[in-house]
Ligand binder design. Structure first.
Ligand SMILES: Nc1ncnc2c1ncn2[C@@H]1O[C@H](COP(=O)(O)OP(=O)(O)O)[C@@H](O)[C@H]1O
Ligand SMILES: [Mg+2]
Length: 267
């Protein structure tokens, strides 16, 4: 998608139930290790879907296959009906370990994707500053990554992904290296961004609470080889006080239900 044109998502927002990303029969081996087996999934446009499962079940592998960073051994991915063979501008990846440029300021890091596309400096800085504000980092534009906390670095990664105006945001456990307070704040921000940005989020986590707190849909993956074991759509109203969600009966019941189902796999 050209950054100068209207986001594709805007035109299609009327039909919120159609799938923007479709995964069909995806399997992946690393040598003799079977990471994923026969994954079929649709990701509804404009929704936040979490991939939830224990460590090693293939969550990162599936996300990287959707990103086009690795190829599956079998099966296919389409985004808006087009086959995925490589990374593309309609998908942005937020890495677990931030992947920031250490020698560049926050502003330059956030604008980096736009710089690569050849956008003029004034324009890309304007867009970058907007998203730096959106993720709560106003005032930190001229800082360097080593001057920031882990939570703030992850916000830079998120702002960078928002900046390039991709339709699909792929987030791989973005809060795992962040302390509990920042993690909660960040989850609240994500709910707000989910409501205001016209984007599709695919979010990897191993936290049941986190998945239920933020997700429209939760895809439960089985332990290795990863297979889709269940899809859960928590019935939670997220339009009010974000703290009220953690006391919501639907939230509490869904957390408990998922835990009861996963318990059998814990040794
Ligand atoms: N590059 C690799 N080479 C060999 N094995 C890998 C590689 N990447 C992942 N694996 C293995 O594949 C399985 C799934 O890994 P991963 O997708 O990272 O799971 P998750 O993100 O759910 O923790 C794990 O058993 C992991 O050890
Ligand atoms: Mg992982």
């Amino acid at each position: 998608m050209n950054i100068a044109t209207a986001p594709i998502g805007l035109q299609a927002a009327a039909d919120a139930t159609d799938a923007i990303v479709a995964v069909r029969g995806v399997s992946k081996f690393y040598g003799a290790v079977e990471a994923l087996r026969g994954i079929d999934l649709d990701f509804p446009r404009g929704q936040l879907t979490s991939l939830l499962g224990p460590s090693g079940c293939g969550k990162t592998t599936l996300l990287k296959i959707i990103a086009g960073l690795i190829r599956p051994d079998a099966g296919s991915i389409t985004v808006d009906g087009r086959p995925v063979r490589a990374p593309g501008p309609e998908r942005a990846f937020v890495f677990q370990d931030f992947a920031l440029l250490p020698w560049a300021t926050v502003e330059r890091n956030v604008a980096f994707g736009l710089e690569l596309r050849g956008m003029q400096r004034a324009e890309r800085d304007r867009i970058a500053r907007h998203y730096i504000g959106e993720v709560g980092l106003a005032g930190f534009e001229q800082k360097y990554p080593h001057e920031l906390s882990g939570g703030m670095r992850q916000r830079v990664g998120l702002a960078r992904a928002l900046c390039v105006d991709a339709d699909v945001l792929l987030l791989d456990e973005p809060f795992s290296a962040v302390d509990e307070q920042n993690r909660r704040k960040f989850q609240e921000d994500l709910i707000r961004l989910r409501a205001t940005e016209n984007k599709t989020f695919i979010f990897v986590t191993h936290s049941i609470e986190e998945a239920v707190y933020i997700s429209d849909r939760i895809v439960l993956l089985s332990p290795r080889p990863g297979r889709v074991s269940r899809i859960i759509e928590p019935a939670i109203d997220r339009t009010g006080d974000p703290d009220a969600i953690r006391r919501d009966q639907g939230y509490l019941d869904t957390v408990e239900e998922i835990w009861q189902g996963l318990k059998q796999y814990v040794d």
